[in-house]
Ligand binder design. Structure first.
Ligand SMILES: [Zn+2]
Ligand SMILES: [Zn+2]
Length: 339
């Protein structure tokens, strides 16, 4: 039908019309992106003025506590900012990552505690996880962290300390930390979405991103299971860019890296647990390959790369679980059609 319409007006396609046809999609996306980012900023301001007022009162009571701890740390390290920076950006987030993943790997390998295992999204998969594949994934993840994340964090320290001390005596205000986290999240979404889509280009996919997609039913630790190029461009850079551009305080950067690593672990873990962010979106990406490329999903909505996802039961389950009933029970898959 669409072809018929365009053929019908074949006699009078002006240059202007043709330009619109070629650039319309892009222009439309840019307009939509401006609208979404504008709305996000509006809500950020509204959020700042309401909810954070209450949190600020709590922070006001505990703010001195954190400032005292930070001052103590600085004294303990005798002003060695490089060491403080490495601990804050590498050790703290990495230890948090492994503590969480150690727990998840116990569930993946033993199916216990069964209380957790019953929340598995792809129920018949990784039950239990193949120990050989798990060991291979672990080797790659450790390689990426030691030989890529570590040096990249040192490089980041050099860049950040060149433009100002990231370890200033005074901690940032609570509101500023929240604003920076929001900006970091937005920048990560943009960089991750487009680099991820690029890695899905047929000419590149088989050389780089295929490794990450060996796991069609991912587990937590697989979040960092990738080709070295992908680890730097798609895992590290989107997370690093925010603190570098903003010149963030180490406290904010530590918090952001830890949140980013825990969130990517949740999105790969394969269990839709109560009160944790829904992993359905990225789990669906691993299952279907050409849907749901982003983290937050904003850009997928803009570019229509979540159209198939939004017609599935997984999309209905893509919410914050507030009860103890697994969503695979409350919103079960439709019985498979026999065609
Ligand atoms: Zn993934
Ligand atoms: Zn992918």
């Amino acid at each position: 039908m669409e072809n018929q319409v365009s053929h019908g007006s074949r006699s009078t396609p002006s240059i202007h019309q043709r330009q619109e046809a070629a650039g319309g999609g892009l222009l439309d996306s840019v307009k939509k992106a401006a609208f979404v980012i504008g709305s996000a900023l509006f809500f950020l301001v509204a959020f700042r003025n309401s909810v954070t007022w209450h949190l600020q009162r709590f922070w006001g009571a505990s703010g001195d506590f954190w400032q005292t701890q930070w001052t103590r740390m600085r004294v303990l390290f005798d002003g060695n900012e490089a060491a403080l920076f490495f601990i804050g950006t590498m050790i703290v987030p990495t230890v948090s990552f492994w503590v969480f993943n150690a727990f998840l790997m116990v569930v993946d390998s033993t199916g216990r505690p069964s209380f957790i295992a019953r929340y598995r999204i792809q129920q018949e998969k990784n039950n239990p996880v193949d120990p050989v594949r798990l060991r291979q994934a672990l080797r790659t993840v450790i390689f990426n962290q030691v030989f890529l994340s570590g040096p990249l964090v040192v490089l980041t320290y050099m860049v950040m300390s060149w433009r100002g001390s990231p370890c200033a005596h005074e901690l940032p205000t609570f509101h500023w930390v929240l604003a920076e986290l929001a900006i970091c999240g937005l920048l990560e979404e943009i960089l991750f979405y487009y680099s991820h889509r690029l890695f899905h280009h047929p000419a590149i996919y088989k050389h780089i991103h295929k490794i990450h997609h060996e796991w069609t039913a991912p587990i937590g630790v697989v979040s960092l299971y990738s080709h070295p190029v992908e680890h730097v461009l798609s895992n590290m850079l989107p997370a690093l860019i925010g603190p570098v551009l903003l010149g963030s305080h180490l406290a904010t950067t530590t918090l952001w890296f830890t949140i980013a690593l825990l969130v990517t672990t949740v999105s790969h873990c394969g269990y839709h647990l109560p009160l944790l962010p829904s992993p359905e979106f990225h789990d669906f990406h691993h299952l279907k390959f050409n849907q749901c490329y982003g983290v937050l999903g904003v850009l997928d909505r803009l570019h229509g790369t979540d159209d198939k996802f939004r017609k599935t039961k997984a999309y209905e389950r893509h919410t914050l679980l507030l009860s103890l009933t697994p969503l695979t029970e409350s919103i079960p898959d439709e019985p498979k059609k026999t065609q």
